[in-house]
Design a protein around this ligand. Structure first.
Ligand code: ADP
Ligand code: MG
Length: 323
């Protein structure tokens, strides 16, 4: 069992940002409106995610850390969730197998909570605690018992960069959730959770960038497209400023990026890229989510139509700005 967890951990937990991803996605799944993330030393000494979501029933808390204890795919409407969640009930046991993890959670407003401590996969404490409704996961000393993996970690700045990039995109995908990201007590991101995506853009890219954004709005029989894109005079050195959100989840899509850049094509200097946040809504049946679960890659069954819609809508938004 412990070995199986360590092997699974190798797949789920590649680096600190993978831990952050799994913990924050759990917090979002729990219906949280506030998610606080505290990181120390690029996540290698501490990753703490606390939320105000529904919490875990004290009776279930130990089970949550057992492999395959949970399986989310019970209905077809859950299908999209596989795309981003990827590992069914393997995340927590995998993380616990390669760290010192403390989980404090409460699913009531009574103040009554449960605390579970797991070190290298072994439960070392399981006791009553006091906490408000919600969950607090602290992961310390990641990979301390797997030195081979630890050796492959890059610099603190690199690991932090991955974490920060991921949280930024989640915040863009979930403007209704208030996120805070702190590193060694510096606040790197704070969003208000008002639902206003432009506010999130301002928090990440600055107020002047947010002011230079144009709204996008378009649809066809299958797809609905909204979001914001930068005027052609506000450009960036790489395409990391492009974020796509599909049915409320941050995803990566080559098709979306390509058609977007195609629409900008003649308007941008060579090797300059726009700042874009696109949100797409569609029937889940039009999505192929099994392409690359861990990388959040998706494929669209009506890709030609989608590409045409994106090009048309983006060109219209840019054109309206010019004349
Ligand atoms: P999965 O998310 O695929 O179910 P995980 O290992 O990530 O697997 O989590 C196991 C279970 O623990 C979840 O299904 C959920 O019931 C519970 N859980 C984990 N994190 C939280 C959280 N922040 N709030 C409430 N429940 C949680
Ligand atoms: Mg999970």
């Amino acid at each position: 069992e412990q070995l199986a967890n360590q092997i699974a951990a190798g797949e789920v937990v590649e680096r600190p940002s993978s831990v952050v991803k799994e913990l924050v996605e759990n917090a979002i799944d729990a219906g949280s409106t506030e998610v606080d993330i505290v990181i120390e030393e690029g996540g290698l000494t501490l990753i703490r995610v606390s939320d105000n979501g529904g919490g875990i029933d004290p009776e279930d808390i130990a089970t949550a850390f057992q492999r395959h204890a949970t399986s989310k795919i019970s209905t077809s409407s859950d299908l999209f969730r596989i795309a981003s969640l990827g590992f069914r009930g393997e995340a927590l046991p995998s993380i616990a197998a390669v760290s010192r993890l403390t989980c404090i959670s409460s699913n009531t407003d009574s103040g009554l909570a449960r605390k579970l401590v797991i070190e290298a996969g072994k439960v070392t404490a399981d006791e009553p605690a006091n906490a408000p409704r919600g969950t607090n996961m602290s992961v310390r000393d990641l990979f301390y018992n797997t030195p081979a993996r630890l050796k492959y970690m890059k610099s603190i700045q690199t690991e932090l960069g991955h974490i920060s990039d991921y949280i930024n995109r989640l915040a863009l995908a979930h403007p209704g959730i208030a996120f805070t990201l702190k590193h060694n007590s510096n606040v790197l991101l704070r969003t208000m959770g008002t639902g206003d995506r432009l506010q999130v853009i301002a928090a990440i890219y600055g107020t002047s960038a947010a002011k230079a954004m144009l709204p996008v709005d378009g649809s066809d029989a299958d797809y609905e497209l909204t979001g914001f894109l930068s005027k052609p005079d506000l450009t960036r050195a790489n395409r990391n400023g492009i974020t796509a959100v599909v049915n409320g989840r941050y995803i990566r899509s080559h098709a979306i990026n390509q058609s977007l850049l195609q629409a900008y094509h003649t308007l941008l200097p060579i090797n300059r890229f726009p700042l874009v946040v696109l949100e797409l809504g569609m029937h889940p049946g039009l999505l192929d989510v099994n392409v690359h679960p861990s990388k959040m890659e998706v494929r669209f069954s009506k890709e030609m139509e989608l590409r045409a819609l994106i090009e048309r809508t983006v060109k219209a938004a840019l054109g309206a700005h010019r004349y």
